[in-house]
Design a protein around this ligand. Structure first.
Ligand code: SF4
Length: 206
């Protein structure tokens, strides 16, 4: 169905505009007399006949590693590399990470992009505590790993792992977006190997 774009027509008066819009609506009405088929009917028959078997661990880990939602925790300059990683050139959303959460309740990944001071440490710990389980942490950059060039400063935390448990360390000052993406891939690999205890009795009776 072709619908005329009235904005591209040569229309010089309100009357002509009304008439063009009317034509668009009439054309849409004429072609919309039957309901559009349900999406299910578009699936191939083969899909209906197939059954997938997998383990609980595999399906849970697949879902978790494919939809990591980072919480906003960017206290210093490494944040710009994270922002670059999210932009169109590196395109982090293709890993299911398109949604940066301002609320820790809706996030399961903390990427610590920047220097952490002792003054900010309680807030970072509070954000971490408010994230639901399971949750993961990537220490991004030299400051995130060890305090970096500010390590000997009285006010800088010498590594986020003093405040929260860290799963993956991404070195660099700052690490490039490729390095961060590599770290995220490593975290996804780690998640793929996790085991979820769902309380079923063991076949060995232990
Ligand atoms: S590692 Fe370098 S770029 Fe990153 S926050 Fe520290 S000083 Fe800034």
């Amino acid at each position: 169905m072709e619908i005329v774009d009235v904005t591209k027509s040569h229309i010089y008066s309100p009357t002509e505009l009304d008439r063009a819009e009317g034509q668009v609506i009439e054309a849409l009405k004429e072609h919309s007399q039957q309901p559009i088929p349900d999406p299910d009917r578009w699936l191939g028959e083969e899909l209906h006949r197939n059954i997938l078997l997998t383990s609980v661990d595999a399906i849970l880990n697949w879902a978790r590693r494919s939809s990591l939602w980072p919480v906003i925790c960017f206290p210093a300059c490494c944040a710009f590399e994270f922002i670059a990683a999210n932009a169109s050139r590196f395109d982090l959303p293709r890993f299911g990470m398109g949604i940066l959460r301002a609320s820790p309740r809706q996030a399961d990944l903390m990427i610590t992009a920047g220097t952490l001071t002792w003054k900010m440490a309680p807030q970072v710990r509070r954000v971490y505590d408010q994230m639901p389980e399971p949750k993961w942490v990537i220490a991004m950059g030299a400051c995130g790993i060890s305090g970096g060039i500010f390590r000997s400063s009285y006010n800088v935390v010498p590594g986020y792992n003093r405040i929260v448990p860290v799963d993956v360390y991404v070195p660099g000052c700052p690490p490039r977006p490729e390095a961060l993406i590599y770290g995220i891939r490593m975290l996804q690999r780690k998640i793929a190997r996790e085991h979820t205890d769902i309380g079923l009795p063991s076949p060995l009776g232990k």
